[in-house]
Design a protein around this ligand. Structure first.
Ligand code: E4P
Length: 217
């Protein structure tokens, strides 16, 4: 399973990259706004800076909601850097734009996916990635992980190549469960990735090894 980090914070991206397990980055307008990035030039520079840090796909989201606007924005984003993936909302014009970009060989990520039907449409439109939001489903007492397994089943039934990018990952167990189900990619915060490191028996075992190693001197 690929590991993407879901942030526009350059320091966090650097930290995840330094760990040596990072395969890409996802951003969205809320994450960009959180970093205080304003104005076209700053937005462009920020996406370029992310691409310089990570060696993998970087999702950059359009904010237009009509086909022409999405095509215009998406083409400009894709031209910024070969690692840019055009992120499109799961709406009618988003699906049309997805087909347009996939026909041109430009990578896409269909976002805000909350049902198997939406994921099926994204795959039919040739999406590179589909992003089901598991945390936001959990927030409304709906099983987000179950959606991942249902999409896995449908994609496997027909051999769709669209990668299931489990998004809105909130904690470490989401990552483990996504891996068990067979998500192709997960995107989450650095804290969730670092949670995979922790086990009390590792800590106590290491403390004992270091204690016993003192006898070597
Ligand atoms: C996905 O690409 C989104 O950026 C993201 O995972 C949304 O997560 P949230 O529900 O924690 O905002």
């Amino acid at each position: 399973m690929k590991f993407f980090i879901d942030t526009a914070d350059l320091k966090q991206i650097e930290e995840a990259q330094a760990l040596g397990v990072l395969d890409g980055v996802t951003t969205n307008p809320s994450l960009m706004a959180k970093e205080g990035i304003k104005g076209e030039a700053n937005i462009i520079n920020h996406y370029k800076a992310i691409c310089e840090i990570v060696d993998g796909d970087v999702s950059a989201e359009v904010i237009s909601t009509d086909f022409d606007g999405m095509v215009r924005e998406g083409e400009a984003l894709a031209a910024l850097h070969p690692q840019i993936v055009v992120k499109l909302p799961m709406i009618k014009d988003g699906i049309k734009a997805c087909r347009y970009f996939s026909a041109k060989g430009i990578k896409t990520n269909v976002t805000l996916v909350f049902s198997v039907g939406q994921a099926l449409l994204a795959a039919k439109a040739g999406a590179t990635y589909v992003s089901p939001f598991i945390g936001r489903l959990d927030d409304i007492s709906t099983d987000g992980l179950h959606l991942i397994s249902e999409i896995r089943e449908v994609y496997d039934n027909y051999g769709f190549e669209t990668e299931i990018l489990a998004a809105s990952v909130r904690h470490t167990m989401h990552i483990v469960d996504c891996a068990k189900i067979g998500a192709d990619v997960m995107t989450g915060p650095l804290s969730a990735i670092e949670g995979l490191l922790r086990h009390p028996l590792t800590d106590s075992g290491l403390a004992k090894f270091l204690e016993d190693a003192k006898s070597f001197q």
